[in-house]
Design a protein around this ligand. Structure first.
Ligand SMILES: [Zn+2]
Length: 492
Protein backbone atom coordinates (compact mmCIF):
# COMPACT_ATOMS: atom_id res chain seq x y z
CA UNK A 1 0.00 0.00 0.00
CA UNK A 2 1.36 3.39 -0.95
CA UNK A 3 2.25 5.74 1.88
CA UNK A 4 -0.09 8.44 0.59
CA UNK A 5 -3.13 6.36 1.40
CA UNK A 6 -2.10 6.39 5.09
CA UNK A 7 -1.47 10.14 5.27
CA UNK A 8 -3.81 13.13 5.00
CA UNK A 9 -1.91 15.82 3.15
CA UNK A 10 -3.37 19.30 3.52
CA UNK A 11 -2.19 22.10 1.21
CA UNK A 12 -2.81 25.83 1.30
CA UNK A 13 -4.67 26.64 -1.90
CA UNK A 14 -4.20 30.29 -2.91
CA UNK A 15 -7.44 30.06 -4.90
CA UNK A 16 -9.62 29.45 -1.83
CA UNK A 17 -7.23 30.98 0.69
CA UNK A 18 -7.72 27.82 2.78
CA UNK A 19 -5.93 24.62 3.62
CA UNK A 20 -7.58 21.82 1.66
CA UNK A 21 -7.21 18.05 1.65
CA UNK A 22 -4.96 17.17 -1.29
CA UNK A 23 -6.70 14.72 -3.60
CA UNK A 24 -5.12 14.36 -7.03
CA UNK A 25 -7.28 14.08 -10.11
CA UNK A 26 -6.02 10.54 -10.80
CA UNK A 27 -5.26 8.36 -7.81
CA UNK A 28 -1.56 7.80 -7.34
CA UNK A 29 -0.52 10.40 -9.93
CA UNK A 30 0.27 14.09 -9.49
CA UNK A 31 0.73 16.69 -12.21
CA UNK A 32 2.66 19.73 -11.05
CA UNK A 33 3.69 22.83 -12.99
CA UNK A 34 6.03 25.52 -11.67
CA UNK A 35 6.90 28.73 -13.50
CA UNK A 36 10.62 28.56 -14.23
CA UNK A 37 13.20 31.30 -14.69
CA UNK A 38 13.55 33.87 -17.45
CA UNK A 39 17.12 33.08 -18.45
CA UNK A 40 18.61 36.53 -19.08
CA UNK A 41 20.86 36.79 -15.98
CA UNK A 42 22.40 34.66 -13.21
CA UNK A 43 19.76 33.00 -11.10
CA UNK A 44 18.70 35.09 -8.13
CA UNK A 45 18.96 33.63 -4.62
CA UNK A 46 15.31 34.54 -4.02
CA UNK A 47 14.35 32.47 -7.06
CA UNK A 48 16.47 29.62 -5.71
CA UNK A 49 14.35 29.69 -2.57
CA UNK A 50 11.13 29.50 -4.60
CA UNK A 51 12.39 26.58 -6.68
CA UNK A 52 13.76 24.88 -3.55
CA UNK A 53 10.33 25.08 -1.92
CA UNK A 54 8.83 23.24 -4.88
CA UNK A 55 11.75 20.80 -4.96
CA UNK A 56 10.91 19.92 -1.34
CA UNK A 57 7.21 19.59 -2.25
CA UNK A 58 8.12 17.39 -5.26
CA UNK A 59 10.34 15.27 -3.00
CA UNK A 60 7.64 14.81 -0.35
CA UNK A 61 5.00 13.84 -2.93
CA UNK A 62 7.42 11.25 -4.33
CA UNK A 63 8.25 10.05 -0.84
CA UNK A 64 4.52 9.49 -0.27
CA UNK A 65 4.55 7.18 -3.26
CA UNK A 66 2.93 9.43 -5.86
CA UNK A 67 4.12 9.22 -9.44
CA UNK A 68 4.73 12.91 -10.06
CA UNK A 69 5.10 14.55 -13.44
CA UNK A 70 6.83 17.79 -12.59
CA UNK A 71 7.01 20.39 -15.37
CA UNK A 72 9.15 23.49 -14.84
CA UNK A 73 9.61 25.71 -17.87
CA UNK A 74 12.42 27.88 -19.15
CA UNK A 75 11.27 31.30 -20.37
CA UNK A 76 13.48 32.08 -23.33
CA UNK A 77 11.25 34.57 -25.18
CA UNK A 78 8.34 36.91 -24.68
CA UNK A 79 9.10 38.22 -21.17
CA UNK A 80 9.12 42.00 -21.53
CA UNK A 81 10.64 44.44 -19.09
CA UNK A 82 7.35 45.43 -17.53
CA UNK A 83 4.02 43.78 -16.91
CA UNK A 84 2.04 46.19 -19.10
CA UNK A 85 3.38 44.67 -22.35
CA UNK A 86 5.85 47.53 -22.74
CA UNK A 87 9.61 47.66 -23.05
CA UNK A 88 12.13 45.32 -24.59
CA UNK A 89 12.22 41.54 -24.37
CA UNK A 90 14.56 40.84 -21.41
CA UNK A 91 16.62 38.32 -23.35
CA UNK A 92 16.83 40.40 -26.53
CA UNK A 93 17.97 43.39 -24.47
CA UNK A 94 20.77 41.41 -22.85
CA UNK A 95 21.79 40.10 -26.27
CA UNK A 96 21.90 43.64 -27.66
CA UNK A 97 23.97 44.93 -24.70
CA UNK A 98 26.47 42.08 -24.91
CA UNK A 99 26.38 41.89 -28.72
CA UNK A 100 25.65 38.17 -28.80
CA UNK A 101 22.81 36.04 -30.13
CA UNK A 102 19.70 35.86 -27.92
CA UNK A 103 20.09 32.07 -27.87
CA UNK A 104 23.63 32.51 -26.52
CA UNK A 105 22.12 34.47 -23.63
CA UNK A 106 19.58 31.70 -23.12
CA UNK A 107 22.22 28.98 -23.21
CA UNK A 108 24.61 30.77 -20.85
CA UNK A 109 22.04 31.43 -18.15
CA UNK A 110 20.25 28.11 -18.51
CA UNK A 111 23.58 26.42 -17.80
CA UNK A 112 24.15 28.73 -14.81
CA UNK A 113 20.65 27.96 -13.52
CA UNK A 114 21.21 24.20 -13.79
CA UNK A 115 24.66 24.41 -12.15
CA UNK A 116 23.39 26.34 -9.15
CA UNK A 117 20.37 24.07 -8.71
CA UNK A 118 22.60 21.02 -8.88
CA UNK A 119 24.84 22.47 -6.15
CA UNK A 120 21.72 22.85 -3.99
CA UNK A 121 20.92 19.18 -4.68
CA UNK A 122 17.69 19.79 -6.62
CA UNK A 123 15.98 16.88 -8.34
CA UNK A 124 15.56 17.61 -12.04
CA UNK A 125 11.95 18.16 -13.17
CA UNK A 126 10.34 15.51 -15.38
CA UNK A 127 10.02 17.94 -18.29
CA UNK A 128 11.69 21.32 -18.77
CA UNK A 129 10.03 22.84 -21.83
CA UNK A 130 10.94 26.18 -23.40
CA UNK A 131 8.73 28.96 -24.73
CA UNK A 132 10.55 29.02 -28.09
CA UNK A 133 9.95 25.28 -28.45
CA UNK A 134 6.19 25.85 -28.27
CA UNK A 135 5.52 28.77 -30.64
CA UNK A 136 3.23 26.68 -32.86
CA UNK A 137 1.08 25.61 -29.90
CA UNK A 138 0.90 29.21 -28.69
CA UNK A 139 -0.32 30.40 -32.09
CA UNK A 140 -2.95 27.63 -32.11
CA UNK A 141 -4.37 28.61 -28.72
CA UNK A 142 -4.52 32.29 -29.76
CA UNK A 143 -6.65 31.24 -32.74
CA UNK A 144 -9.02 29.41 -30.38
CA UNK A 145 -9.31 32.38 -28.01
CA UNK A 146 -9.94 34.71 -31.00
CA UNK A 147 -12.63 32.32 -32.31
CA UNK A 148 -14.35 32.32 -28.94
CA UNK A 149 -14.44 36.12 -28.94
CA UNK A 150 -12.18 36.72 -25.94
CA UNK A 151 -9.40 38.40 -27.91
CA UNK A 152 -9.02 40.97 -30.68
CA UNK A 153 -6.35 41.80 -33.22
CA UNK A 154 -4.89 45.28 -33.61
CA UNK A 155 -2.08 46.18 -36.05
CA UNK A 156 -0.53 42.71 -35.98
CA UNK A 157 -0.82 42.24 -32.22
CA UNK A 158 -3.48 40.17 -30.46
CA UNK A 159 -4.82 41.21 -27.06
CA UNK A 160 -6.88 39.31 -24.54
CA UNK A 161 -10.18 41.11 -23.88
CA UNK A 162 -10.36 41.11 -20.09
CA UNK A 163 -13.68 43.01 -19.92
CA UNK A 164 -15.37 40.54 -22.28
CA UNK A 165 -13.92 37.61 -20.31
CA UNK A 166 -15.07 39.09 -17.01
CA UNK A 167 -18.65 39.42 -18.33
CA UNK A 168 -19.13 35.64 -18.20
CA UNK A 169 -16.12 34.50 -16.10
CA UNK A 170 -14.40 35.86 -13.02
CA UNK A 171 -11.16 37.74 -13.70
CA UNK A 172 -9.18 38.34 -10.50
CA UNK A 173 -10.36 35.34 -8.47
CA UNK A 174 -6.83 34.14 -7.63
CA UNK A 175 -5.42 37.48 -6.51
CA UNK A 176 -8.72 38.61 -4.96
CA UNK A 177 -8.96 41.68 -7.20
CA UNK A 178 -12.11 43.09 -8.76
CA UNK A 179 -11.93 44.26 -12.36
CA UNK A 180 -14.05 47.36 -11.58
CA UNK A 181 -11.51 48.44 -8.94
CA UNK A 182 -8.61 47.78 -11.29
CA UNK A 183 -10.23 49.90 -13.99
CA UNK A 184 -10.99 52.73 -11.52
CA UNK A 185 -7.37 52.76 -10.38
CA UNK A 186 -5.62 52.89 -13.75
CA UNK A 187 -4.83 55.70 -16.09
CA UNK A 188 -6.90 56.41 -19.17
CA UNK A 189 -5.66 54.90 -22.40
CA UNK A 190 -3.91 57.31 -24.73
CA UNK A 191 -4.57 57.57 -28.45
CA UNK A 192 -1.42 55.52 -29.23
CA UNK A 193 -2.58 52.57 -27.12
CA UNK A 194 -3.81 49.62 -29.10
CA UNK A 195 -5.63 48.01 -26.19
CA UNK A 196 -9.34 48.55 -25.61
CA UNK A 197 -8.67 48.53 -21.89
CA UNK A 198 -5.49 48.92 -19.81
CA UNK A 199 -6.18 45.51 -18.17
CA UNK A 200 -6.07 43.70 -21.51
CA UNK A 201 -2.84 41.80 -22.05
CA UNK A 202 -0.89 40.69 -25.10
CA UNK A 203 -1.25 37.17 -26.47
CA UNK A 204 0.85 38.04 -29.50
CA UNK A 205 2.98 41.13 -30.10
CA UNK A 206 3.93 42.54 -33.46
CA UNK A 207 7.72 42.60 -33.84
CA UNK A 208 9.08 46.07 -34.52
CA UNK A 209 11.87 46.17 -37.14
CA UNK A 210 14.64 46.17 -34.47
CA UNK A 211 13.15 43.22 -32.58
CA UNK A 212 15.40 40.17 -33.15
CA UNK A 213 13.31 37.33 -31.72
CA UNK A 214 10.41 36.93 -34.14
CA UNK A 215 8.26 34.23 -35.67
CA UNK A 216 5.72 34.21 -38.53
CA UNK A 217 2.06 34.04 -37.53
CA UNK A 218 -1.35 34.61 -39.12
CA UNK A 219 -1.08 38.21 -37.78
CA UNK A 220 2.36 38.90 -39.16
CA UNK A 221 5.84 38.50 -37.67
CA UNK A 222 5.92 38.74 -33.92
CA UNK A 223 6.37 36.91 -30.66
CA UNK A 224 4.07 35.45 -27.98
CA UNK A 225 3.00 37.25 -24.82
CA UNK A 226 4.70 36.01 -21.68
CA UNK A 227 1.64 34.60 -19.90
CA UNK A 228 0.70 32.38 -22.81
CA UNK A 229 3.66 29.96 -22.72
CA UNK A 230 2.73 28.67 -19.25
CA UNK A 231 -0.87 28.01 -20.26
CA UNK A 232 0.31 26.12 -23.33
CA UNK A 233 3.09 24.08 -21.71
CA UNK A 234 1.19 23.19 -18.54
CA UNK A 235 -1.91 21.95 -20.34
CA UNK A 236 0.06 20.25 -23.13
CA UNK A 237 1.98 18.03 -20.69
CA UNK A 238 -0.44 17.80 -17.75
CA UNK A 239 -3.91 18.04 -19.30
CA UNK A 240 -6.59 20.75 -19.44
CA UNK A 241 -6.97 20.44 -15.69
CA UNK A 242 -4.07 19.40 -13.50
CA UNK A 243 -3.27 19.15 -9.80
CA UNK A 244 -0.69 21.70 -8.66
CA UNK A 245 0.52 24.99 -10.12
CA UNK A 246 3.27 26.71 -8.22
CA UNK A 247 5.37 29.82 -8.43
CA UNK A 248 6.57 32.82 -6.49
CA UNK A 249 4.04 35.01 -4.68
CA UNK A 250 4.92 37.86 -7.07
CA UNK A 251 3.58 35.86 -10.02
CA UNK A 252 0.05 35.60 -8.62
CA UNK A 253 -0.90 38.81 -10.40
CA UNK A 254 -0.95 39.37 -13.28
CA UNK A 255 0.87 36.23 -14.54
CA UNK A 256 -1.17 33.46 -12.91
CA UNK A 257 -4.42 35.40 -13.15
CA UNK A 258 -3.82 35.69 -16.90
CA UNK A 259 -3.00 31.97 -17.13
CA UNK A 260 -6.39 31.14 -15.59
CA UNK A 261 -8.16 33.53 -17.98
CA UNK A 262 -6.40 32.11 -21.07
CA UNK A 263 -7.11 28.51 -20.11
CA UNK A 264 -10.76 29.15 -19.22
CA UNK A 265 -11.29 31.20 -22.39
CA UNK A 266 -9.91 28.41 -24.59
CA UNK A 267 -11.04 25.23 -22.77
CA UNK A 268 -13.99 26.35 -20.63
CA UNK A 269 -12.46 24.58 -17.66
CA UNK A 270 -10.48 25.81 -14.69
CA UNK A 271 -6.89 24.71 -15.32
CA UNK A 272 -5.56 24.17 -11.80
CA UNK A 273 -6.93 22.45 -8.70
CA UNK A 274 -4.36 23.67 -6.16
CA UNK A 275 -2.45 26.93 -6.57
CA UNK A 276 0.63 27.05 -4.32
CA UNK A 277 2.71 30.20 -3.84
CA UNK A 278 6.12 30.45 -2.24
CA UNK A 279 7.18 33.57 -0.39
CA UNK A 280 10.22 35.74 -0.88
CA UNK A 281 13.69 35.95 0.58
CA UNK A 282 14.95 39.23 2.03
CA UNK A 283 18.55 40.15 2.88
CA UNK A 284 19.31 41.85 6.20
CA UNK A 285 15.66 42.82 6.57
CA UNK A 286 15.34 44.47 3.17
CA UNK A 287 14.24 43.49 -0.28
CA UNK A 288 17.12 42.23 -2.42
CA UNK A 289 17.89 44.51 -5.33
CA UNK A 290 20.91 44.95 -7.55
CA UNK A 291 20.28 48.70 -7.73
CA UNK A 292 20.60 49.25 -3.95
CA UNK A 293 23.54 46.85 -3.54
CA UNK A 294 21.49 44.81 -1.06
CA UNK A 295 22.08 41.73 -3.15
CA UNK A 296 23.70 38.32 -2.84
CA UNK A 297 24.30 35.83 -5.64
CA UNK A 298 24.29 32.08 -4.94
CA UNK A 299 27.94 31.60 -5.91
CA UNK A 300 28.98 34.41 -3.54
CA UNK A 301 27.62 32.36 -0.64
CA UNK A 302 29.78 29.39 -1.64
CA UNK A 303 32.91 31.58 -1.80
CA UNK A 304 32.02 34.01 1.01
CA UNK A 305 32.86 36.79 -1.44
CA UNK A 306 30.22 39.36 -0.47
CA UNK A 307 30.52 42.20 2.09
CA UNK A 308 27.50 40.93 4.01
CA UNK A 309 29.13 37.53 4.76
CA UNK A 310 31.84 36.71 7.32
CA UNK A 311 32.69 33.42 5.60
CA UNK A 312 31.66 30.90 2.94
CA UNK A 313 28.76 28.49 3.50
CA UNK A 314 28.06 25.14 1.89
CA UNK A 315 24.99 24.61 -0.24
CA UNK A 316 23.60 22.19 2.37
CA UNK A 317 23.84 24.80 5.13
CA UNK A 318 21.97 27.26 2.93
CA UNK A 319 19.40 24.60 2.09
CA UNK A 320 18.99 23.77 5.79
CA UNK A 321 18.58 27.49 6.52
CA UNK A 322 15.84 27.80 3.88
CA UNK A 323 14.05 24.67 5.06
CA UNK A 324 13.86 26.15 8.58
CA UNK A 325 11.13 28.53 7.36
CA UNK A 326 7.69 27.61 6.02
CA UNK A 327 7.57 28.13 2.27
CA UNK A 328 4.71 30.64 2.54
CA UNK A 329 6.57 32.87 5.05
CA UNK A 330 9.00 35.64 4.22
CA UNK A 331 12.51 34.50 5.15
CA UNK A 332 15.30 36.92 6.03
CA UNK A 333 18.85 35.92 5.24
CA UNK A 334 21.76 37.37 7.19
CA UNK A 335 25.24 36.25 8.18
CA UNK A 336 24.03 35.60 11.76
CA UNK A 337 21.15 33.47 10.51
CA UNK A 338 23.50 31.43 8.33
CA UNK A 339 25.95 30.94 11.22
CA UNK A 340 23.09 29.67 13.39
CA UNK A 341 21.89 27.40 10.57
CA UNK A 342 25.40 26.00 10.19
CA UNK A 343 25.45 25.08 13.89
CA UNK A 344 22.06 23.40 13.62
CA UNK A 345 23.03 21.56 10.46
CA UNK A 346 26.25 20.30 12.10
CA UNK A 347 24.35 19.08 15.17
CA UNK A 348 21.99 17.19 12.89
CA UNK A 349 24.84 15.65 10.89
CA UNK A 350 26.78 14.75 14.09
CA UNK A 351 23.74 12.83 15.31
CA UNK A 352 23.33 11.07 11.96
CA UNK A 353 27.01 10.05 12.10
CA UNK A 354 26.36 8.40 15.48
CA UNK A 355 23.38 6.38 14.26
CA UNK A 356 25.40 3.45 12.89
CA UNK A 357 27.37 2.96 16.11
CA UNK A 358 24.73 3.12 18.85
CA UNK A 359 24.31 0.33 21.37
CA UNK A 360 20.78 -0.95 21.65
CA UNK A 361 18.93 -1.92 24.81
CA UNK A 362 15.99 -3.92 26.09
CA UNK A 363 13.58 -1.01 26.19
CA UNK A 364 13.12 2.37 24.53
CA UNK A 365 13.00 5.72 26.28
CA UNK A 366 11.37 7.31 23.25
CA UNK A 367 8.04 6.52 21.60
CA UNK A 368 9.52 6.16 18.12
CA UNK A 369 6.23 5.27 16.38
CA UNK A 370 4.53 8.39 17.75
CA UNK A 371 7.54 10.52 16.80
CA UNK A 372 7.50 9.10 13.28
CA UNK A 373 3.86 10.08 12.85
CA UNK A 374 4.62 13.59 14.18
CA UNK A 375 7.21 13.94 11.40
CA UNK A 376 4.55 13.02 8.83
CA UNK A 377 1.98 15.27 10.53
CA UNK A 378 4.36 18.20 10.12
CA UNK A 379 4.79 17.60 6.38
CA UNK A 380 1.09 16.79 5.95
CA UNK A 381 0.32 20.24 7.34
CA UNK A 382 1.08 22.14 4.12
CA UNK A 383 4.70 20.92 3.95
CA UNK A 384 5.64 22.44 7.30
CA UNK A 385 9.39 21.86 7.12
CA UNK A 386 10.29 23.98 10.23
CA UNK A 387 8.01 21.82 12.41
CA UNK A 388 9.52 18.71 10.79
CA UNK A 389 13.03 19.98 11.63
CA UNK A 390 11.96 20.55 15.27
CA UNK A 391 10.85 16.89 15.33
CA UNK A 392 14.16 15.76 13.83
CA UNK A 393 15.92 17.55 16.69
CA UNK A 394 13.77 15.61 19.19
CA UNK A 395 15.38 12.51 17.73
CA UNK A 396 18.82 14.17 17.84
CA UNK A 397 18.33 14.64 21.61
CA UNK A 398 17.56 10.94 22.06
CA UNK A 399 20.45 9.86 19.81
CA UNK A 400 22.88 11.92 21.91
CA UNK A 401 21.47 10.53 25.18
CA UNK A 402 21.74 6.96 23.91
CA UNK A 403 25.30 7.65 22.80
CA UNK A 404 26.13 8.96 26.29
CA UNK A 405 24.57 5.85 27.86
CA UNK A 406 21.83 7.95 29.46
CA UNK A 407 18.92 6.52 27.48
CA UNK A 408 18.26 3.43 25.46
CA UNK A 409 16.49 2.30 22.31
CA UNK A 410 15.59 -1.21 21.24
CA UNK A 411 17.13 -2.53 18.07
CA UNK A 412 13.76 -2.33 16.30
CA UNK A 413 13.16 1.27 17.36
CA UNK A 414 16.68 2.27 16.37
CA UNK A 415 16.11 0.76 12.93
CA UNK A 416 12.85 2.73 12.48
CA UNK A 417 14.44 5.93 13.79
CA UNK A 418 17.39 5.53 11.41
CA UNK A 419 15.16 4.90 8.42
CA UNK A 420 12.86 7.85 9.18
CA UNK A 421 15.77 10.22 9.86
CA UNK A 422 17.47 9.30 6.59
CA UNK A 423 14.21 9.58 4.64
CA UNK A 424 13.32 13.05 5.91
CA UNK A 425 16.82 14.55 6.07
CA UNK A 426 18.10 13.31 2.71
CA UNK A 427 15.10 12.35 0.56
CA UNK A 428 12.54 14.95 1.63
CA UNK A 429 14.54 17.98 2.81
CA UNK A 430 17.20 17.19 0.21
CA UNK A 431 20.15 17.86 2.53
CA UNK A 432 23.54 16.29 1.88
CA UNK A 433 26.14 15.06 4.36
CA UNK A 434 29.21 17.16 5.06
CA UNK A 435 31.27 15.03 2.72
CA UNK A 436 28.93 15.89 -0.10
CA UNK A 437 26.60 13.55 -1.74
CA UNK A 438 23.75 12.88 0.74
CA UNK A 439 22.20 9.54 0.02
CA UNK A 440 25.14 8.49 -2.16
CA UNK A 441 27.51 8.98 0.74
CA UNK A 442 25.18 6.97 2.96
CA UNK A 443 25.38 4.13 0.47
CA UNK A 444 29.15 4.45 0.44
CA UNK A 445 29.19 4.16 4.23
CA UNK A 446 27.12 1.01 3.93
CA UNK A 447 29.44 -0.52 1.32
CA UNK A 448 32.63 0.30 3.24
CA UNK A 449 30.98 -0.97 6.44
CA UNK A 450 30.30 -4.27 4.69
CA UNK A 451 33.94 -4.50 3.53
CA UNK A 452 35.11 -3.83 7.09
CA UNK A 453 32.92 -6.71 8.30
CA UNK A 454 34.34 -9.04 5.62
CA UNK A 455 37.86 -7.96 6.58
CA UNK A 456 37.16 -8.67 10.26
CA UNK A 457 35.81 -12.12 9.33
CA UNK A 458 38.93 -12.82 7.24
CA UNK A 459 41.19 -11.78 10.11
CA UNK A 460 39.24 -13.97 12.53
CA UNK A 461 39.94 -16.86 10.13
CA UNK A 462 43.61 -15.85 9.94
CA UNK A 463 43.12 -15.18 6.21
CA UNK A 464 45.50 -12.22 6.24
CA UNK A 465 45.91 -12.22 2.46
CA UNK A 466 42.23 -11.26 2.07
CA UNK A 467 42.14 -8.81 4.96
CA UNK A 468 45.25 -6.98 3.70
CA UNK A 469 43.93 -6.92 0.19
CA UNK A 470 40.68 -5.23 1.34
CA UNK A 471 42.68 -2.63 3.28
CA UNK A 472 45.17 -1.96 0.47
CA UNK A 473 42.64 -1.76 -2.35
CA UNK A 474 40.49 0.64 -0.34
CA UNK A 475 43.62 2.70 0.37
CA UNK A 476 44.39 2.76 -3.36
CA UNK A 477 40.93 4.28 -3.87
CA UNK A 478 41.65 6.90 -1.22
CA UNK A 479 39.67 5.26 1.60
CA UNK A 480 41.77 4.79 4.76
CA UNK A 481 40.79 2.21 7.37
CA UNK A 482 41.73 2.92 10.97
CA UNK A 483 41.71 0.15 13.58
CA UNK A 484 40.94 1.36 17.10
CA UNK A 485 39.55 0.15 20.41
CA UNK A 486 36.00 0.89 19.28
CA UNK A 487 36.46 -1.12 16.09
CA UNK A 488 37.41 -0.03 12.57
CA UNK A 489 36.48 3.38 11.15
CA UNK A 490 37.27 4.91 7.79
CA UNK A 491 38.05 8.29 6.29
CA UNK A 492 38.11 9.49 2.68
ZN1 LIG B 1 4.45 30.96 -15.65
Amino acid sequence: MALYSEQRLMVHNSLSGKKELFEPLHEGYVGMYVCGPTVYSNVHLGNCRTFMSFDMIFRYLRHLGYKVRYVRNITDAGHLEDDADQGEDKIAKKARLEQIEPMEVVQRYTVDFHNILEKFNFLPPSIEPTATGHIVEQIEIIKVILDKGYAYEKNGSVYFDVVKFNSDHEYGKLSGRKLEDMIANTRELTAQDEKKNPQDFALWKRAEPQHIMRWPSPWGEGFPGWHLECTVMSTKYLGETFDIHGGGMDLKFPHHECEIAQAEASNDVSPVRYWLHANMLTLNGKKMAKSTGNNLLPHEIFTGDNPTLSKAYTASVVRFFMMQAHYTSILDLSDDALLAAEKGYNRLMDALDLLGNLNTGKQSDMDVAAWKQRCYDAMNDDFNSPVLIAQLFEAVKTINLVNDGKASLTQEDLAVLTEVMNAFVFDVLGLETRTGAGVESNKLEGVVGLLIELRNAARANKDYATSDRIRDELAAMGIQLKDGKEGTTFSI
